[in-house]
Design a protein around this ligand. Structure first.
Ligand SMILES: Nc1nc2c(ncn2[C@@H]2O[C@H](COP(=O)(O)OP(=O)(O)OP(=O)(O)O)[C@@H](O)[C@H]2O)c(=O)[nH]1
Ligand SMILES: [Mg+2]
Length: 472
């Protein structure tokens, strides 16, 4: 892909599936000429005649039988995403139609784009640096609101800006240190010891702050896990199915129906969480059983989910007499966000909530629901949202998440500078060994260059672009 930057490439760049509008995108020297062969404006305008950036309403003619209403967007090089000529044809979002349009362009000499190839061209042609490219990749894969915002920050170059400022400071420092090496015996002092220390300390502090305050972008993409826990037959699977809108889990009046943990995404307003259904909990009983008994295995899976869940829904059958095992379960979930869900509320005569509901610890909110009538489910969703997302994103709009590659480059830079700092010794003066000092500062500069892609390897590019989908 990187070795054929002048092929004209084509791909469907709208999401897969049927939609009102689909987009076919072409980039390369022949993009406009190729689009010109199938597209005509409503007043007979031809794409080859339009200048600069232009939008035309018209139609696509694949053959005489079918005319598709379409809009063409022309972006002439270099004022385009890839800095090449780009044409986007927006037409009906039917996958076979969009495939037929792409096929036509391929017959005429275009090549199908590989995943990420449009963005790779933007990079190769200098329109974007690597941190912004990773912003695009992260945005494509964003599954949560916070991840989307973090990827936007990357895309808009927030990380490049911050690292460019640090690099500039270090490059200046390096020039002065090197001048001192070259003119060691001269009368001029190019930079004083305290100045070197100040520049090093400032940059080490900036790097440390960036590393400390930026969550990992991969972690932001992982949905928070909400475990449904409770005694056999409490109504866990029925609640799971209701909340996820799926009919995945068998629910039945026979206790012990669910044998393993089952997960499914659950929409929660504009975010998503991962809901986990588990087998009914039987405290104390399993120790006596054979180790490979299915109940023991099921409980093991629940236990693992319990240790990693971000929040727990403790499901209690409100229509049944209170079961003391629930108190043990509450104790097991101490220090974790827990919501007690009193199910089957439809079976209780109005006005007579079970007594135990009023006795739970005050920091454990209780929501009464009926998975059958839907009563209380909205209140439960709000409670989950509150407990899971209450403390998230203390940095607000400044949130800048880092990929593990970026984190590594920043840590390398910090370590090199820390070594340089140690060389300066305790006397607040830079070491006489200026060459070694210069070496470490140079190392930090190249780690930062690796971050934005000024120093880059084919392998690294391959890994980054592998995260893209076709058409981007
Ligand atoms: N009336 C009423 N019945 C419910 C409600 N929720 C669940 N049930 C019934 O309670 C029984 C047990 O439900 P399940 O969802 O299978 O319970 P579970 O906790 O998953 O059970 P195990 O997997 O065996 O631990 C079923 O007969 C459900 O129809 C509810 O809100 N109202
Ligand atoms: Mg179940």
């Amino acid at each position: 892909m990187l070795d054929r930057p002048n092929d004209t490439i084509v791909a469907v760049s709208s999401p897969p599936g049927v939609s009102v509008r689909g987009v076919v995108r072409l980039s390369g020297p022949e993009a406009i000429a190729l689009a010109n062969t199938v597209f005509e404006g409503n007043r007979g305008e031809r794409l080859l005649q339009v200048a600069g950036r232009h939008r035309l309403e018209g139609h696509i003619d694949l053959d005489r039988a079918a005319r598709l209403p379409a809009e063409a967007y022309v972006f002439r090089a270099p004022a385009s995403y890839t800095r090449q000529d780009i044409v986007e044809l927006h037409t009906v979002g039917s996958p076979p139609v969009l495939a037929a349009v792409c096929d036509r362009f391929v017959t005429l000499g275009a090549r199908y784009a590989e995943p990420g190839e449009f963005t790779a061209r933007a990079y190769l042609n200098g329109a974007m640096d690597l941190t912004r490219i990773e912003g695009v990749a992260a945005m494509i894969h964003a599954r949560t609101d916070s991840q989307l915002r973090a990827s936007e920050a990357l895309l808009h170059g927030e990380l490049s800006r911050r690292s460019a400022a640090m690099r500039e400071r270090l490059t200046d420092l390096l020039a002065l240190i090197e001048a001192r090496i070259d003119f060691a015996d001269g009368p001029i002092e190019f930079i004083s010891g305290p100045e070197v220390l100040a520049a090093l300390d400032q940059t080490i502090a900036d790097l440390a702050r960036l590393l400390r305050e930026s969550p990992s972008i991969e972690r932001l993409g992982i949905l928070p896990e909400i475990l449904i826990l409770g005694r056999p037959n409490a109504g866990k699977s029925t609640l799971f199915n209701r909340l996820t809108g799926m009919d995945r889990v068998i629910q039945s009046a026979v206790a012990g129906t669910t044998r393993d943990v089952i997960t499914a995404p659950m929409p929660l307003g504009d975010v998503e969480v991962m809901l986990i259904d588990s087998a009914g909990w039987s405290e104390g009983r399993n120790e006596d059983m054979l180790q490979d008994h299915p109940d023991v295995l099921a409980q093991g899976a629940t236990q693992r989910a319990l240790s990693s869940a971000d929040m727990i829904l403790l499901v209690v059958d409100a229509a049944a007499p209170f079961d003391p095992v629930n108190n043990l379960l509450l104790a097991r979930t101490a220090r974790r966000p827990v919501c007690i869900v009193a199910t089957k509320i439809d079976l209780i005569t109005a006005g007579h909530p079970p007594l135990w509901l009023s006795r739970v610890p005050p920091d454990r909110p209780v929501v009464a629901v009926s998975a059958h009538t839907g009563q209380g489910l909205e209140a439960l969703r709000q409670e989950i949202h509150r407990l899971v997302f209450a403390d998230v994103e203390p940095h607000g709009t400044e949130l800048l998440a880092l990929s593990s590659r970026q984190r590594l480059a920043l840590s390398d830079a910090r370590e090199a500078l820390t070594r340089a700092r140690a060389m300066c010794g305790a006397h607040n003066a830079p070491s006489d060994d200026a060459e070694l000092l210069a070496l470490e500062v140079r190392e930090a500069v190249s780690a930062l260059s690796l971050l934005t892609g000024e120093l880059v390897t084919e392998e690294l590019l391959g890994r980054i672009f592998a995260r893209f989908c076709i058409g981007k």
